[in-house]
Design a protein around this ligand. Sequence first.
Ligand code: ZN
Length: 379
Amino acid sequence: MMRSAIAVAMMAVVGMSSAEARQLGGINKGLSIAKKANDVRDLSMTDAEEQALGKNVSDKIRARYGVVQDANAHKYVSLVGLALAQSSTRPALPWTFIVLDTDGVNAFAAPGGYIHVTKGALALAKNESELACLLAHEITHVTAKHTIRALQKTKAVQMGASETLSGSSALMEKAVNAVYQNIVDKGFGREDENESDEVGAALANKIGYAPNGLVTFLTSLKERNKSKTEKSGLFASHPQMQERLDRINKQIATQKLAAKATLQPRYAKNITFTLVDIDALTAVAAGSAGLTGGGEAKKEEPKKEEPKKEEPKKGRFGMPKSLTGSGGEQKQASTTASGGARGGVPDEKDAKGGPNPALVAVKLSPADVAAFKKEGGLS
Ligand SMILES: [Zn+2]
């Protein structure tokens, strides 16, 4: 469309007067801008399209992992999340907080304000400030539009000149798949993780939470994965996690982030999930979750696996992606399936999910959030 419009405009300026010639400069300038925009054609979208994309991605994440059908857990996580989101740079997004039905420790931020946290992550967190710092980290992935920018940078999804995300279901499907893969399988780049750590810690601190919650949470996660990492020796040659913890601690010191609330009793009252050992997690091949019942039959005997020497990949929370050293995406699926048969998973994200993808409706007014903050001494 745009190209032919340009061609017509070019023909129209042939045989021009001097006044027209002066105009040509302007036209050419306009054309070059149009051409530039035309050449780029990276994935672009309005806020409404971003939210529609995020909702579709959330549908896919919920189909994979299922949703814990527990209204109180959802209400509590939503109150913590909304308290933070209100003080973020995009308070007006329709923020939605979802508890996924898997024992793998994970959190996924989809565009437009859809934040997913697993019951495994909730079981691992020790208090409300750890949850708050984890949610603040994920909220920042959304407010900084990390997913959208990553897609634009890699040119994973390109648009036709006159195409829009809301106007093309084929394009939407392509974008949803790319975003899902980015969020669940690939993870964010190091810079984006650092930005989310930094902005997230400051955000949690701003409303009164102890800002080192992510540090203590990640330390627990590191400890949880210890047997595997020591066996494969990934942490020995992979100091990223410790660097990351040091970086956050340094930020807390230099920026004098001194908020104190941890609110452990309130957390313990609302969150009662049981942590399942990483070697006892049952794996499923990607996409097959939700067909079988969740929850039961996950305590299989862990089997030892020979560590293979492969490049560590960055995974969720910047953990080495594949602790038992499986290869690329294709290989990963079969490793996952066989890993399930043996008990134990290549990665937290490969853990089995629950059967019900339905959202648990939470209705909270600004007054509810205000009362929750007041009760916790938050601001
Ligand atoms: Zn992250």
